[in-house]
Design a protein around this ligand. Structure first.
Ligand code: G6P
Length: 367
């Protein structure tokens, strides 16, 4: 199969724009709209028996693991631990009989994640994998394969695989919640409805492409960029910072909004852009107050929020990227789009090799 960039300048941009389609494809294999249910492939173990979940991954996939922790704990009330794969087996983790070991990987070949999977299996743990390449080592070795249908991802910086992994993670959290008796049919119906809205909300987010391209040259001047988020948008802040580092080589850090005062605020001056990822919601005022503290110190704030959030934040906000108003469950999938586009356009403004950034590999098959 010949893969080309179509009308796009880079594979990364093509893959960002493919997301409404590939996320819809992925959701299609998990949603049963007629029954208003979310379903997983058949499995040989009892989901209801699971008492804890360990999620292990590297890079962008590890942020899906972190978001999964918020979702699984909130919906299924099952405790979740998250590790980066390079740490997992060496810390001699406690393995228990009724635990699910979940690996997340686009390639299914990342050496550390594969080693963590084998460590779990040797320890007698039931395993599952959210994996994009169906013929990969991990896809063959997990007890339960939860495929993403992102198609081949060529850009080294992961984009569409990330959002497809999130879609599958939402399906898993929902199934676990139902198995644990924590989800009423009405609640599940709502979840199905919100997930079905994702492709359209993503298309809406993609329509901000030009607006984001317009703000990129200014951010491209920065030496450091900070990203803030709260709840599931905290891992999104980490992902935003990683994307920017990977392809624009600008130093960037992601922080939980409430942690800013414990260190990073010391870095803030008028040369530091602060990207705030904050859909409106119950904790929004807290994030806004963190944002105003940064503004008072001269930070150039870019607020990514919906119309309600932008109105509530006030007119001091230097720049905004307006997102459609979405349910908090699907916000990470939708807010991934402006985060990816911002990194992409800053990299283009800097003239870096977007699809093949220096020193990075698409799949890291050595330890
Ligand atoms: C490399 C890639 C990243 C990716 C990470 C994990 O570092 O450059 O984009 O997130 O590997 O890859 P995986 O295939 O396991 O998801």
């Amino acid at each position: 199969q010949l893969i080309d960039k179509g009308n796009h300048r880079h594979f990364m941009l093509k893959e960002i724009h493919e997301q409404p389609v590939v996320v819809a494809q992925t959701l299609q294999s998990y949603l049963r709209p007629l029954e208003a249910q979310v379903a997983l492939p058949d499995m040989e173990f009892d989901l209801a028996a699971i008492e804890r979940v360990a999620i292990i991954a590297c890079g962008t996939s590890s942020y899906v693991a972190m978001i999964g922790k918020y979702w699984i704990e909130q919906f299924a009330r099952v405790p979740v631990e998250v590790d980066v794969a390079s740490e997992y087996r060496y810390r001699d983790p406690v393995l228990t009989p009724n635990m699910l070991g979940l690996v997340i990987s686009q390639s299914g070949e990342t050496a550390d994640t594969l080693a963590a999977l084998r460590h779990l299996k040797v320890g007698g743990v039931t395993t599952a994998g959210i994996i994009n390449v169906p013929t990969s080592s991990m896809a063959r070795e997990v007890d339960l394969l939860l495929p993403t249908h992102a198609g081949p991802e060529i850009g080294v910086a992961s984009t569409k695989a990330f959002t497809c992994q999130l879609a599958v993670m939402a399906a898993l959290a929902t199934n676990l919640a139902r198995a644990k008796g924590k989800l009423s049919p009405e609640e599940e119906r709502e979840i199905v409805r919100h997930l079905a809205e994702v492709p359209e909300a993503m298309s809406d987010a993609l329509s901000r492409d030009e607006h984001i391209a317009g703000m990129a040259p200014r951010i491209a001047q920065a030496r450091d960029v900070l990203y803030l988020g709260r709840g599931p948008d905290y891992p999104m802040a980490l992902e935003g910072a990683l994307k920017l580092k990977e392809i624009s080589y600008i130093h960037a850090e992601g922080y939980a909004s409430g942690e800013m005062k414990h260190g990073p605020i010391a870095l803030i001056d008028d040369a530091v852009p602060l990207i705030v990822i904050a859909p409106s919601g119950p904790l929004f005022d807290k994030t806004v107050s963190n944002m105003h503290e940064a503004e008072a110190r001269g930070a150039q704030v870019v607020l990514i929020s919906d119309a309600d959030g932008i109105a509530q934040a006030g007119e001091n906000t230097i720049a905004t990227i307006e997102m459609p108003k979405v349910h908090p469950l699907i916000a990470p999938l939708v807010y991934a789009v402006p985060v990816q586009l911002l990194a992409y356009h800053v990299a283009v403004a800097k003239g870096t090799d977007v699809d093949q950034p220096r020193n990075l590999a698409k799949s890291v098959t050595v330890e």
